[in-house]
Each structure stands twice: as C-alpha cells, then as structure tokens.
Design a protein around this ligand. Structure first.
Ligand code: TRP
Length: 457
C-alpha cells in the first residue's frame, strides 16, 4: 500500500537543491581521499584523474539522475520512495530492501566519517589556539600518532562533530539542512579559492599541475583505473539513499538532468581545485605527496609551519575541510531520520538525537579501534577499516548496481520519461548508458575491489 506523506517539505528553489546536493557530494572524499589517492598513484596521476572524470560522466551522472528520480517520484524517505515507486510500476515490494540498505549503510558510513572529521576538528582547534608547530616530517608523524593513540581526544572531537551534525538535522529540511548549506558552501568555496591563490603564490603551482595532469599512459600502475572509478562513486554520495532523500524534497518542475550536470561539474571542480591547492603547497615545501591517508594531516602542517602566515592559512584550511565534511555528514544522517519521523510520526528533534546516539556509540568503538582495541581485528583489519571496506567496497557498488537495474530495466519507461524530461536524443543516450554502461562498469569495480585486490593485496 502506498504510504502517503502529506506534509513534506520542498526546497526553497532549484538552486537550493543544487546547493545541498553539492554540499553532500563535496566532503572528505574530495579533499582528503582525492588528494591521497592521486598522491598514491604517482607517475600516473593524470590517468587517475582522467578515469575519475570519465566515470563521473559515465557512471556518476546517470546514477545521480536515477537516484533523484526515485526520490522525487516516491516522495518519501528511501524506504517509502522505493515502496511507492515499486507499487506504481507493479514491481515486488522487495525492492524496498534497497532503501533499507541505504538508510542503514549511510549511518554506518557516518559513524567513521564523523571520527575522521573529528581529526580535522582537532587540527583546526590546535591551529586556532596555539598553532601547530612541526618542523620535521618525524615531528608531524609523531603529532598525528599522539592524536591517534589518545582515545579520549578522538572521542571528544568525534562527539563535537556528531553534535554539530545532529543539531542541523534537528532543525529540519529548510531551517536546518538548507540553511546550513547556504552559509557553509559559499564560505567553503571562498576559502578554497583563496587557498588556491595562496598555493599559487607561496607554493609551487606549476609542479602541482604537472603532477596532476601528466598523462603518461605507459606509467599506469595497476589499480589506478579502478581507484578512479571507485572514487567517482564515493565522491558523488551515490548508492546510500542520501541523494534519494534529498531528491524527495525536490519540486516537480525542476529538470533533473540539467540540475545533475551542475552538481557533477561542481563536485569535480572543487575536487580538482583542492587537489591543486594541496599539491602546490606540498611541492612548494619540498614534501612528498605519496604520504597515504595521512597526507593532509602529516604533510600540510609541515608546510603551514614553514610558510609565512601559515597559522592563519592552517585555520582556514581546516575550517574548509570541516565545512565540507559537515555538509556531507548531514546527508548521511537525513535518510534514517526522515524514515523515523515519517514512519512513526516522531518529532524531528527527537528522531535526530535518537538516531545520532547509536551512531555516536559505534563511532566511539571506531575511536578505540585505533588504540585500546587495536588487537581486535577481523581479517587483519580494525573496526575502522572493516566499516570503510564493507561500506565503500561492498554496499555502495552493489546498491548502485541495483539502482541502475531498477530504473533502467524495472521501473518502466512511462515513469522514467515523465520524470526525466530531456530531448529525446539526450534521453536515449542517458537511458542506454544507465542500462548498459553503468551496470557493466560497477560490476568491474566490484569484482576488482572484492576479488582481485584482496588477492593481490
Ligand atoms: N560524498 C561525500 C564525500 O565525498 C561522502 C558522502 C556523503 C557519501 N554522503 C554519502 C558517500 C552517501 C556515500 C554515500 O566525502
């Protein structure tokens, strides 16, 4: 039976929707993960970037449209949206499982996403209060390790971050999510532009650009191609119901196709810009970009210590990362909270804090997995890695694949044409890409991540 949701909010306008979706997409993925994945594929960064851009266009964009389509057509949280569209198209209500995977998967991601964001809050606070003084790589690593081995410190900042996220969700769709994005995203963009300019002045921008766009196909390392593909996925927030939930608050008039082009372009642009800024500072101070996941926290503070005005730059840099992470994290909490409020009629404030509590607890366990509980491992991985691997290598590709099959093959052309109003040629292009290219592409990533990479190490 169709579950009616009479009093749902609608974004103030089309630009508000574009803004919040960009806010969800641009996060730790674009700034932290992008720079270290690019850094890790040294020698073939250009290839990584070209693959990433191609996959944003060929997999990301079509899936983004499909997810928004389901949300808007189903007019409800991911579970209800799947139920409603499945009923309308005479499909099995089992498809709602996809909604469940999304709302729980998003919470799972949030639990460790909040811990990593907490690291950024910690570094922000340090820069603000006393400045981070690390003049050698050893000191930078020691400072990072000091944080990682101090459970209370990790838990404190994880808690602060969860409170920030929950407070926004508690204030509602327009008053919370939209308002927060309206303030944070323009600031984020401004800081990023200033930082890039500063990178050009104080750092080594030509070296950064040479590093990022050297297209030497003969230097392709195994994994670079697949990394680029997987990253396109994560950085567009796909497959976890987050975009579906946002799409459910979208008005009928907005053209989904045009809107998604803006969102994808902005995501890519901000990713590239922050890469340029980070690498020009890294190179400008003679540091190596292949530092791995600690790149931002271990090399940049070193650059900040040595550069003129470094403390101020550090404060703004970490503020930028926090804004990016914050607007993404709220999109991870929203799907479940909207389900709670719509299913049980619980007030939003209560639903938000009640959802945040277990997520916070899981996050506390993640904090402990770096120190006190580091011996507890599953297949040699601590809890942090288990959650990250399970979510990004297993759940996201699988539910992305299911969404492509659902919209491409099950929903029926009448509904799809009604939602995606594009010129016929463009529509056919999109629809065929969704039906064929996306499933094949995701299957390749999935097989690689799950089978090959585990085996090859
Ligand atoms: N896209 C975000 C980033 O790049 C992370 C994110 C937010 C996400 N919501 C998501 C990832 C939903 C997967 C699913 O940091």
């Amino acid at each position: 039976m169709s579950q009616a949701t009479p009093s749902r909010s609608i974004w103030s306008n089309r630009w508000a929707f574009i803004l919040v979706t960009i806010g969800s997409a641009v996060g730790l993925g674009n700034i932290w993960k992008f720079s270290y994945l690019a850094g890790a594929s040294e020698g073939s960064v250009g290839v990584f970037i070209v693959v990433y851009l191609t996959c944003v266009a060929l997999i990301g964009l079509p899936l983004l449209m499909a997810e928004i389509l389901i949300g808007r057509r189903g007019r409800g949280n991911p579970v209800v949206a799947m139920l409603n569209t499945a009923e309308e198209s005479e499909n099995s209500s089992w498809w709602a499982l996809l909604g469940w995977v999304g709302i729980f998967g998003a919470l799972m991601i949030l639990s460790y996403y909040s811990v990593v964001s907490g690291w950024m809050v910690d570094y922000f606070w340090q820069s603000l209060m006393k400045g981070i003084q690390v003049d050698t790589p050893e000191k930078a690593s020691a400072a990072f390790n000091a944080m990682m081995t101090d459970p209370w410190r990790l838990i404190r900042w994880h808690t602060v971050f969860m409170i920030l996220v929950t407070a926004v969700i508690a204030r509602g769709v327009i008053g919370g999510i939209e308002a927060a994005n309206r303030i944070m995203l323009p600031l984020l963009f401004l800081i990023l532009v200033l930082l890039t300019l500063w990178g050009a002045v104080a750092g080594d921008m030509p070296a950064a650009l040479r590093f990022m766009f050297n297209l030497k196909p003969e230097a392709i390392k195994p994994g670079v191609v697949i990394d680029g593909m997987g990253h396109a996925f994560f950085s567009l927030s796909l497959g976890m119901g987050a975009i579906m939930a946002y799409g459910s608050y979208l008005d009928k008039q907005t053209n989904i196709g045009h809107t998604c082009v803006w969102i994808a372009l902005a995501g890519v642009f901000i990713g590239l810009l922050s890469g340029a800024a980070i690498f020009s500072l890294t190179f400008g101070y003679g540091l190596a970009p292949a530092a791995g996941p600690g790149l931002i926290l271990q090399t940049l503070p070193l650059a900040f210590t040595h550069m003129p005005g470094g403390r101020v730059v550090a404060v703004f840099f970490f503020l930028l990362v926090i804004f990016a992470a914050w607007t993404s994290a709220i999109s991870l909490l929203e799907p479940f909270v909207s389900w709670l409020t719509e299913r049980y009629g619980i007030r939003r404030t209560r639903a938000a804090w009640a959802t945040a509590l277990p997520v916070w607890l899981l996050g506390v366990a993640v904090c402990l997995s770096f120190n006190r509980w580091s011996e507890f491992t599953i297949l040699d991985r601590n809890l942090f890695n288990v959650l990250d691997h399970f979510a990004t290598r297993f759940m996201m590709p699988l539910s992305g694949l299911a969404i492509a099959i659902y919209v491409g093959w099950r929903l029926g052309k009448v509904i799809v044409v009604d939602e995606i109003r594009l010129k016929q040629r463009v529509f056919c292009l999109w629809f065929n890409v969704l039906r064929f290219v996306v499933p094949v592409g995701i299957t390749l990533v999935f097989l690689y991540e799950l089978v090959l990479r585990e085996k090859l190490g």
